[in-house]
Design a protein around this ligand. Structure first.
Ligand SMILES: N[C@@H](CCC(=O)N[C@@H](CS)C(=O)NCC(=O)O)C(=O)O
Length: 198
C-alpha cells in the first residue's frame, strides 16, 4: 500500500477527519504541513483551487474536499468500510481558531448569532444518536469520525456547558470517540508534532 500524504495546516478539523479515517483503516500516511497563512500561495492553490485544507495526495493523484477524500479512502481502503455524513464549525472558528492561529479576540456577536443554529444542531445530533453507541448504529462510521472531529472543539469553549454537556448521550459518545486510538493519535498536539517532524 503506497503512502497517503495529507497537506494541511495542523489543527484543521477537516484534516483530522482524514487522519482519523486513515488511522481507523491502519493505512500508512504522513502530513505535508501547510504553514498558516500560506494556504493561498501559488504552490497550495495548485493543489486546491480555493486555497483550503486538507488536500490528499496518493500515487500522484491529488484530491481536495474532505467528503470526497473520505469517500476515496473508503473506496481504496475498503476494510473496514464506513459510510459518510457531515458537520459544520462556526462557533469554534471564533472561539478556538481565530484566537489560537491569528491571535484575534473571539467575535462575541458572531457567536451569539450562531447559538440558535448550534442548539438545533446539537439537539439533532443527540436525537440521531439516541441510545446507539455510534451515530449510525452499532459500529463506527465516517459520520462519527467527521462529527467527533468537530464537536470535540466545543469542549474547549464555554458554550459546551450549554450545548453539549447537558446532552448526556452525546457527551458520552464524544468521550468514547476521544478514547479511540485514532482520535488519540490525531489530536491537535499530535498533528503539530507530526508537522514538526515532517
Ligand atoms: N469544504 C472543505 C472545507 C475545508 C476548510 O474550510 N478548511 C479550512 C481549515 S479547517 C480552510 O482551509 N480554511 C481556509 C479558507 O477557507 O481560506 C472541505 O471539506 O475540505
Amino acid at each position: 500500500m503506497s503512502e497517503f500524504v495529507v497537506h494541511t495546516i495542523p489543527g484543521s478539523p477537516f484534516a483530522r477527519a482524514v487522519f482519523a479515517t486513515l488511522e481507523e483503516k491502519s493505512a500508512p500516511y504522513r502530513i505535508a504541513p501547510v504553514a498558516p497563512g500560506s494556504h493561498k500561495s501559488p504552490e497550495h492553490l495548485a493543489r486546491h483551487p480555493f486555497g483550503r485544507v486538507p488536500v490528499l495526495e496518493h500515487d500522484g493523484f491529488v484530491l481536495y474536499e474532505t467528503a470526497a477524500i473520505l469517500r476515496y479512502l473508503n473506496r481504496v481502503l475498503p476494510d473496514p468500510r464506513f459510510t459518510p455524513a457531515d458537520a459544520r464549525p462556526v462557533i469554534i472558528f471564533h472561539r478556538v481558531f481565530a484566537p489560537r492561529l491569528a491571535g484575534l479576540a473571539a467575535d462575541e456577536a458572531a457567536i451569539a448569532e450562531a447559538m440558535p443554529k448550534a442548539r438545533a444542531v446539537f439537539g439533532e445530533l443527540a436525537r440521531l444518536l439516541g441510545d446507539q453507541p455510534y451515530l449510525t448504529g452499532d459500529s463506527l462510521s465516517l459520520a462519527d469520525l467527521i462529527v467527533a472531529s468537530h464537536v470535540t472543539f466545543f469542549t474547549m469553549t464555554p458554550e459546551w456547558a450549554e450545548l453539549g454537556a447537558p446532552l448526556h448521550n452525546l457527551a458520552a459518545w464524544l468521550a468514547r470517540m476521544e478514547a479511540r486510538s485514532s482520535m488519540q493519535a490525531t489530536t491537535w498536539e499530535r498533528v503539530n508534532e507530526m508537522a514538526k517532524a515532517a
